[in-house]
Structures are given as structure tokens and as C-alpha cells.
Design a protein around this ligand. Structure first.
Ligand code: COA
Length: 140
């Protein structure tokens, strides 16, 4: 299994590549993700990377232990279906549980692989958010 570890500042250029290296659910646009937000997750919340044997980061997740929110889960295209997404999500959910949460929540693009991914992993479909995203909750 790929190693999962906390992200460091040295990972940020590769995290940026991963974030822009997926066809679906790209976090683009200054209104959607700012450097300030990314650094906040590193310093004050949960920011994990999935590292392959060769030491290359192929995926990451950001979660918010203050609210139980999963902000981001990305595995670069070409590295899917190797368990990286499940590993990252499981590690983030364990940290949310350890922080005292009984429930986690997130939104994702409707009709995407990610939507099916969450459905198959016990997330409950809560309908659409105001912005039209598919909203999910999961009991921990
Ligand atoms: C969702 C995502 C993180 C899953 O990562 P992953 O490393 O492929 O996940 P895993 O290998 O642990 O699990 C694979 C599961 O994802 C789904 N999946 C992945 N690729 C798929 C594909 N091409 N077609 C259909 N389902 C697919 C399946 O449910 C699959 O489960 P299965 O192999 O048991 O059928 C990844 O597809 C991704 O980064 N997507 C683009 C970014 C994104 O949409 N992120 C979510 C934003 S909230």
C-alpha cells in the first residue's frame, strides 16, 4: 500500500500538479482555492499525501477537524483504482473520528467518478447543495 503522511511545504508544487492533473472535479479558480487556504490546512487542519514507492506524491486530501468537513481528495489521473483514494479518505476520517466527530460531510461534482466512489464507501446522498454540488454525509 502507498505510504500516507502529513504534507509539508516541500510537497506543495507536486500537490499543485495533482490538483490540476485530474479531468474531473478540478479545484480551479482563485475563488475556489487560494494559497492561504492550502497553508491553513497544512498548519491548522488535516493535510495528507499518498506517496508511491519511488517517493512521488500521487494524491492528497485536506480535511477540517474543526468541522468534520472533507475539503479535497485528489489522485492524479493514471494512478486511479490502486487504493490511494480509499487510503487517504480512510486516514482523514480516522483523524476526524479521533477529534470527536460522529459525522463527516463533503460535496462533489454530480455525475463524476468521485460521486460513485463516495456512494460505494458508505456516504449518504443528501441531495444538491445551493451551488448544485452533490452533498454527502457519512457516519463515523
Ligand atoms: C475519487 C478519487 C479520489 C478516487 O481515487 P482512487 O485512488 O481511484 O480510489 P481507490 O483506488 O481507492 O478506489 C477506486 C474506486 O473509485 C471509483 N473509480 C475510480 N476510477 C474509476 C473509473 N475510471 N471508473 C469508475 N469508477 C472508478 C470506483 O468506485 C473504484 O472502486 P472499485 O475499484 O472498488 O470499483 C479519484 O477518482 C479522483 O481523484 N478523482 C478526481 C478528483 C475528484 O473528483 N476528487 C473528489 C473531489 S471531492
Amino acid at each position: 500500500m502507498p505510504a500516507i503522511r502529513p504534507a509539508t511545504c516541500a510537497d506543495l508544487p507536486r500537490v499543485h500538479e495533482v490538483r490540476h492533473g485530474t479531468a474531473e472535479n478540478r479545484l480551479t479558480g482563485p475563488s475556489k482555492v487560494t494559497d492561504k487556504e492550502v497553508l491553513w490546512y497544512m498548519d491548522h487542519a488535516i493535510f495528507l499525501v499518498s506517496q508511491a514507492d519511488a517517493g512521488i506524491v500521487q494524491g492528497f486530501t485536506c480535511a477540517n477537524h474543526q468541522t468534520g468537513y472533507i475539503w479535497a481528495l485528489f489522485v492524479i489521473d493514471g494512478q486511479h483504482r490502486k487504493g490511494r483514494g480509499s487510503g487517504l479518505l480512510g486516514a482523514a476520517l480516522q483523524r476526524l473520528k479521533d477529534a470527536g466527530h460522529r459525522q463527516s460531510h463533503l460535496t462533489t461534482g454530480p455525475g463524476t467518478v468521485a460521486e460513485q466512489f463516495y456512494r460505494h464507501r458508505g456516504w449518504i446522498d443528501m441531495g444538491r447543495s445551493l451551488s448544485g454540488e452533490a452533498a454527502f454525509v457519512r457516519h463515523l
